[in-house]
Design a protein around this ligand. Structure first.
Ligand code: ADP
Ligand code: MG
Length: 555
């Protein structure tokens, strides 16, 4: 087989590739010469069966979080999403001989901060290792990681999800974090099946990752999804990772097995290719059901890596892991041990605190974490726990709510209704973030005050909200004046409208007279219709009650 002199042969997963390096880090071309037959075939959808052996699911997650940093872990190349291919590649990232790694302090600080937020022990000394494997998007032939001694160990992540019959009970659970290690991301291979070649983009090669390994403490998809959502919120609050799964900033591999409680854990599979929390839950539940089914049919679960297909909702085999892969780990000779210091006092003489990673300083910078924020909101404003979830889950919504609260005397439970339903509903419908809301917290507070002080009714408040959204800029007061939406509280005027309604609906009046108080609300509705929702509800109720009772006593 003829190949050009400087092309390299790659043998990856039973496929042979030729790797053609191109000048100035253009996408490198890999031609597929031969392919072994694919084992990936869609499996039939499994029927859900109840298990006589009471098999339960066991789930352990391995999560790769891209560190939010302007430069890569060991080089000065910028980190950016969606940059032109191979435009963010230094000589080190491309593994040119003679280049050396220089550790990025920002990445270490991010891992330490994440470790602290997850109650980990921070190792004062951690080590870097080389993990060898051969793949086109890993030009060095090894990844620098922390196999022997990671930066953080023995943590916990407490997460909550809503459960119970009405799904309004907050269930709190904890998963143990085995470790957090720093490591390099690989490049990206872009497979073009039509033209039978693969392109390599090294922009991602060398980006800092935190790998979080969790203990197999979870038992179903919903728990895993809730844990990942909580982790996303924590990382975003810390600013250590943007946490977007669909953009690959957070990549979750799910290890899944089933066993009979009390017995040793079963053989696990590892599910990859999951790009949202929702799909994570589905992939895990599918896998638990599939394994249960295999065992119940007398089969054996294979130790293998499987891919999740979000279209079919199924997992399919990718490669088996029965034979132990030897990564030939060895200490990274070009990096000294990573030392972090507890506080300034423990710095060696002459060392500048600005140059070192000082745990105490990072601890002081920890922001309010999502769980603490939720508890505070429930305590401070006496709002429902599920509302605290809604607020915290939406970036910027807590700040918005608290800004409104500062400027209105309305009860928090009323304000939350406006923020969580009206405002969030409008934002979601138009795919806007909280910061893009055309209605500012002060503008909403002003509207709520007008309602609070009885200047407008609640139905008019909703109309005004819509109008404020549309006109973006007009104040609620302007809209109320322009459209004459102020509350009608002139007793004489309301009296005559109520009389007209009482005269027009004798059957309803009769029902109220016979003690059916609910029908009074119907009559009130007729009055509101007549006044386009502007009538003062308290006055209307009083007048209608008087009119219906008076009739009763006089008849
Ligand atoms: P490996 O050496 O293959 O990486 P580890 O023992 O380090 O395996 O575990 C990797 C991940 O798999 C961890 O997140 C762990 O919680 C999970 N895991 C281990 N055993 C099981 C099991 N039987 N079922 C489900 N998850 C498991
Ligand atoms: Mg492991």
């Amino acid at each position: 087989m003829a190949t050009s002199a400087n092309a390299m042969l790659y043998h990856v997963n039973k496929q042979i590739f030729i790797f053609y390096p191109k000048a100035s880090f253009n996408p490198c071309l890999i031609r597929r010469i031969c392919t072994s037959s694919s084992r990936c075939g869609a499996q039939p959808r499994l029927k859900v069966k109840s298990s006589p052996q009471q098999l339960v699911g066991v789930v352990g997650l391995e999560i790769h979080a891209q560190i939010q940093s302007s430069t890569k872990l060991f080089s000065g190349s910028p980190v950016r999403f969606l940059a032109p291919p191979n435009s963010l590649v230094s000589f080190f990232d491309a593994s040119l001989p003679g280049t050396l790694p220089v550790l990025n302090r920002r990445c270490v600080e991010a891992a330490v901060m994440t470790g602290l937020a997850l109650n980990c022990t921070i190792n004062r000394k951690s080590l870097f290792d080389r993990k060898h494997y051969f793949y086109a998007d890993l030009p060095a032939g090894y990844q620098i990681t922390q196999q022997r001694r990671p930066v953080a160990v023995d943590g916990t992540l407490t997460y909550s999800h809503l459960g119970g019959k009405k799904r309004n009970q907050v269930l709190k659970k904890t998963v143990r974090i085995t470790q957090i290690q720093l490591e390099q991301d690989s490049g990206k291979s872009l497979h073009d099946d039509q033209r039978c070649h693969t392109l390599i983009d090294l922009n991602r090669a060398g980006v800092g990752l935190m790998e979080l390994v969790m203990e197999p403490d979870m038992s179903c998809g919903e728990e895993a999804a809730a844990a990942v959502r909580e982790l996303q919120l924590i990382l975003q609050a810390l600013g250590t990772c943007q946490g977007n799964m669909s953009e690959g900033q957070l990549r979750v591999d799910a290890n899944v097995s089933v066993h009979v409680p009390g017995e040793p854990l079963g053989v696990r599979t590892e599910v990859k290719n999951i790009n949202s929390a929702r799909f994570l839950a589905r992939a895990i539940d599918y896998e638990i059901q599939r394994q249960t089914d295999v065992l119940q049919r007398g089969g054996r679960v294979q130790n293998e890596t499987r891919a999740y297909d979000s279209k079919s909702g199924e997992t399919t085999p990718m490669r088996d892991k029965e034979g132990l892969q030897d990564y030939r780990f060895m200490p990274e000779p070009n990096l000294p041990p990573l030392i972090v210091y507890e506080d300034k006092a423990s710095l060696p003489a002459g060392m500048d605190a600005q140059q070192a990673v000082v745990v105490e300083q990072i601890r002081e910078r920890l922001p309010e974490l999502p769980s603490v924020k939720r508890d505070r909101l429930v305590q401070m404003y006496a709002i429902l726990p599920e509302h605290s979830f809604t607020l915290v889950n939406e970036d910027g919504l807590v700040d918005y709510f608290e800004a409104v609260m500062k400027e209105t005397k309305r009860e928090p439970r009323k304000v939350i209704g406006w923020v969580a339903n009206e405002l969030l509903g409008h934002l979601k419908q138009r795919d806007l973030s909280v910061s893009q809301s055309p209605i500012s917290p002060s503008a909403l507070a002003e509207l709520l005050e007008l309602q609070e002080t009885g200047r407008i009714s609640s139905s008019v408040a909703k109309q005004v909200f819509q109008e404020m959204w549309r006109s973006s800029g007009k104040t609620s007061l302007q809209i109320i004046q322009e459209q004459d939406l102020g509350l009608v509280s002139n007793t004489a005027e309301l009296n005559s409208i109520c009389q007209k309604i009482v005269d027009s609906y004798p059957n309803e009046v009769h029902a109220v007279r016979n003690g059916n108080k609910k029908v009074l609300n119907k009559l009130m509705g007729f009055v509101q219709k007549e006044t386009k929702g502007r009538a003062d509800p308290v006055l209307v109720r009083a007048i209608l009650e008087e009119k219906t009772t008076t009739t009763t006593t006089t008849s």
